[in-house]
Design a protein around this ligand. Structure first.
Ligand code: TXA
Ligand code: MG
Length: 329
């Protein structure tokens, strides 16, 4: 199959209507979309990504009217859910709620819950409104790889497997949406993201669901977001002497330095938003340099958006066995 890269939004809608899969920009990362109510179309996402069927997908809605067509709002949680979506939708915020029967089992991997969000990206939102029904869309990477934040990276992942990539330049946030669920009136954060713990704490008691303890999102497995090159997380590169050819993913200001084959600075101004937006792109760039045998990443402040960045870096550094590339979804 030939993969087109274009800005043709009409073509995207037509393909989706025919039950095809299309890569689309969102404000977080590029997604691989299919008609969420068409099980056969959704199956193509799993095939193209080589994603295990036990891993459920996020359902993106055209507008809020769709919410109660795909999900149940319990009387108990209703007010909190409405407050949260009133504040964070459209945007990088995903809610896991009890599902309605209209959502095919393949989308939720047989779970009784469905993950839903409304994207704020103008191109995504134009396409989904024209399509006028929910779209299932995981990140547009193959299983075991870093999420794509530019069209070129989607092509590197899925060339020949999908008919179309809609190109709208780099994504704004650069990391995937925050995923939460409501339990006994409390907000459980299943995946950290652009909507931070601090943002959410105004709405209720927060709990971070520690991966491994209660893995309710398979994307929360400890080994996740890993490049092919081994990655090591360090405090500061200033006093670090790499034993092998290393590329540095820097947080602290550092000019050209002979200790490192290549350096990518997440944000010269040490701005966490900019750092998040650059994270996956720089990881990919360092990963693609042949001479780099090790990626060394400096830690960023573990608060606000920094906590979401650290979460990705910790998982990228995690390996089950020394020589096996860690897997992600
Ligand atoms: O920003 C994003 O969320 C991007 C864009 C494309 O929207 N999408 C994304 O999808 O990151 P994906 O599939 O790569 O990650 C979705 C995560 C997975 O870890 C999955 O396990 C979890 O959401 N998930 C989906 N449905 C769930 C459910 N019912 N319960 C718990 N976790 C769920
Ligand atoms: Mg993903």
């Amino acid at each position: 199959m030939k993969t087109e890269v274009s800005t043709d939004r009409k073509a995207a809608v037509e393909l989706l209507r025919k039950g095809e899969i299309v890569a689309l920009p969102t404000e977080t990362v590029y997604g691989l979309a299919a008609d969420a109510l068409n099980a056969q179309a959704v199956a193509k996402i799993f095939e193209a990504k080589e994603r295990p069927r036990f891993d459920p997908l996020i359902v993106h809605l055209p507008n809020q009217d769709w919410l109660e067509r795909v999900a149940d709002l319990s009387t108990q949680d209703r007010q909190l859910v409405l407050q949260l979506i009133g504040r964070f939708w459209p945007g990088p915020f995903t809610l896991v709620l009890p599902k309605k029967p209209i959502v095919p089992d393949i989308v939720t991997a047989g779970l009784e819950t469905v993950a839903v969000r409304i994207s704020a990206h103008p191109v995504f939102s134009e396409i989904i409104r024209a399509f006028d029904a929910p779209l299932a869309a995981p990140s547009a990477n193959r299983f075991g790889r870093v999420s794509p934040t530019v069209a070129r990276h989607v092509l590197a992942e899925l060339d020949g497997r999908i008919p179309l990539i809609v190109d709208a330049g780099p994504t704004t946030h650069g990391i995937e949406s925050t995923i939460v669920t409501i339990r006994d009136g409390k907000i459980d954060i299943l995946r950290r993201g652009p909507v931070t713990r601090e943002d959410l704490s105004k709405f209720g008691k927060i709990e971070i669901v520690v991966p491994g303890e209660k893995v309710s999102a398979p994307g929360q497995l400890p080994a996740h977001y890993a490049p092919k090159t081994p990655l090591r997380l360090i405090e500061n590169a200033k006093s670090f002497v790499p034993a092998e050819n290393a590329g540095l993913l820097a947080w602290n200001p550092l000019k050209i330095d002979k200790r490192f084959v290549a350096i990518r600075n997440l944000s010269e101004q040490q701005d966490l938003r900019e750092a998040a937006a650059n994270l996956f792109r720089y990881l990919r760039e360092l990963d693609a340099i042949d001479d780099v045998d090790l990626i060394v990443a400096e830690q960023v402040p573990d608060r606000g958006l920094g906590a979401a960045i650290m979460d990705r870096l910790r998982r990228a550094a995690h390996r089950d066995e020394p020589d096996t590339p860690a897997r992600n979804l």
